[in-house]
Design a protein around this ligand. Structure first.
Ligand code: 1HE
Length: 266
């Protein structure tokens, strides 16, 4: 198996700290972190390996003022792709984003500036979105004569509902501020999103990896199933997770009255 250290990365920086928290940084700020095919391939490589590399949680962030301006429109124009070519490009986007959503490693996205088009598709493949106060969300595909191709019809519609998604695409509406939280585009809107994301990642990393695997994989899979099949799958997953060795000490602590209590702080 390839190791994370063996990856050759050009547009993305990858760092893993001593606690097993990976930081994945989009690093094309001069192009507003537009997603060219090379970046997508790097995302495929990284997120294919993370779950098997003992990573406990990952932060997805970007250098520069904007999270991502979406599809690299200049590359798309230059390549003059055929329908078949672009279908295969989209399939690589799906490969990358499915590895993220279904990989089982908690991914926390740190958002700022433009989170538009394919940038929003990328952000919506993360498990938690933490936004800076200057973040705005848009789907300008229609204005560019394009359509979503990186899973927005699934993930963005899932986050905000199809009526809002269609409105964004027809009217060019941008969501920002508290309204973006209220409609479900992000879960946190804070002054220091990098610190908040790290705090969330470190908390999540305290959970046993098998629990996080279920949270960051099984829930998404079950959303794709009938209620009957999802209930069956949930029982099977719970059978494995809820009897894991790593849970035993925690359950013993609770039985002995020494475990933390689940109460709001303060
Ligand atoms: C880009 C891209 C890009 C910037 N592809 N190169 N996405 C969009 O329609 C959004 C397009 N971008 C913008 O509206 C603006 O660039 C921003 C609001 C994000 C930022 O504005 P600003 O003033 O800070 O930057 P800029 O001057 O517009 O751009 C700086 C450079 O980044 C410039 O390159 P340069 O070589 O001339 O310096 C831009 O060309 C470059 N750049 N955005 C390529 N998107 C799977 S289907 C998904 C379909 C979609 O994602 S559609 C949505 C596309």
């Amino acid at each position: 198996m390839r190791d994370l250290a063996d990856l050759t990365l050009k547009n993305i920086l990858l760092d893993v700290d001593d606690d097993g928290i990976a930081t994945v940084t989009l690093n094309r700020p001069d192009k507003r972190n537009a997603l060219d095919i090379a970046t997508i391939e790097e995302l495929v490589d990284i997120f294919s390996l993370l779950p098997r590399a003992g990573i406990k949680a990952a932060i997805l962030r970007a250098n520069g003022d904007h999270f991502s301006a979406g599809l690299d429109l200049v590359e798309h124009h230059r390549e003059d792709r055929s329908a078949s070519d672009f279908m295969h490009v989209c399939l690589r986007w799906h490969e990358a984003f499915n590895k993220m959503e279904y990989g089982g490693v908690p991914i926390i996205a740190v958002l700022k500036g433009a989170v538009v088009g394919g940038g929003l598709e990328l952000a919506s493949a993360a498990h938690i979105r933490v936004a800076a106060r200057d973040t705005y969300f848009g789907l300008p595909e229609g204005q560019r004569g394009l359509f979503t191709g990186g899973g927005a019809t699934i993930r963005v519609a899932d986050l905000i509902g199809k009526a809002r998604m269609i409105d964004m695409m027809l009217s060019g509406r941008l969501y920002r501020d508290q309204e973006a939280v209220d409609v479900g585009l992000c879960q946190y809107l804070v002054d220091n999103p990098e610190a908040k994301a790290l705090e969330i990642a470190r908390n999540a990393a305290q959970n046993p990896p098998l629990s996080n695997f279920a949270i960051c994989s099984a829930i998404s899979h079950m959303q794709n199933m009938s209620a009957l099949d999802a209930a069956y799958a949930e029982a099977v997953v719970a059978g494995v997770v809820n009897t894991q060795e790593a849970a035993k000490a925690r359950l013993a602590a609770f039985a002995q009255g020494t475990a933390n209590k689940i109460k709001p702080k303060g």
